[in-house]
Design a protein around this ligand. Sequence first.
Ligand code: NAD
Length: 329
Amino acid sequence: MNDRNELEQRVSELNQLLTDYGRAYYVLDKPVATDSEYDQLMQELLAIEEENPDLIYPDSPTQRVGGSVLEGFTKVEHDYPMLSLSNVFNEQDIREFDRRVRDAVGDRVTYICELKIDGLAVSLKYEEGRFVQGSTRGDGTIGEDITANLRTIRSIPLRLNEPITIEVRGEAYMPKKSFVRLNAARDEAGDEPFANPRNAAAGSLRQLDPKIAAKRSLAVYLYGIGGDGEAYGQATHSEALDYLDTLKLVTNHERTRCKDVEEVIEYVNSWGEKRSSLDYEIDGIVIKVDRFEDQEQLGYTAKSPRWATAYKFPAEEVVTKLLDIELSV
Ligand code: NAD
């Protein structure tokens, strides 16, 4: 077989594997591979596609936001796509991301770094201050209506303290302690345990019966406004997060503004060990360009914003972290 045939065959294998792993993870909430296995295969496919753009198929997992809608749920068409994030894995990748950003918008760029909460992306819609609809990301364009389940989460206000109409986005998650308790109870009842808190959160919210979600101590951190952030009068993402706080929408306060890439790297490094002390799981750090004007200039690919990226923690720490939880509760 010649090199070209081998390459085509590998692309087809990678497409199939990533699609199968994605279905187990996003649709069934039961992963069959580890996140780092998935990430490595995705990086391999991205690298081949970059060298050989003619091998990028429209249904390649690199071109689509993972996930789809489960039967039984009402579908919700998002007003603005709910996208994924590109990934970076080391300091050099972060510096390359910064270089691409500064090439596009200039050296005045500033960043905001946030914890990457390992849960399920949700959109919450408020009309005149009342919570009216909540949905999952789904395939990025169409998600599942999980309003009844989200209403059971105490950190989601059913009424804002201003009668405004707004869509906010965030991550629903299961705290580590609730996860360990839930799996112990499942074990006792002879039910299959959840693989991790992320899958437990997703498996709880993607149930037709809201009584299940109500019993599972879920929580939410909001990390952005759907659509035009500037529509509410802020010029930067960090101001928009402060604004959400004033509305009584819960944001994560470990975020920090960084004036340059050195400060970004310092923040990322500071969480390598500290993250095991959090009572929720994070799988990385999200690095975002802070000014909306700069974000607009950078724009989007089909799958993710060019103005943000997710630094992923190395895989071996995951094992230690899970052991830590089991030993500490
Ligand atoms: P992602 O999880 O890498 O990043 C995008 C998501 O990050 C957003 O949808 C959002 O929900 C979340 N997020 C958390 N905190 C955030 C914050 N502060 N700001 C913005 N977003 C925040 O992307 P993805 O496309 O959802 O999933 C890909 C990842 O999922 C892979 O890298 C892999 O780790 C995992 N995965 C694993 C398997 C498996 O078989 N184990 C399969 C598919 C995907």
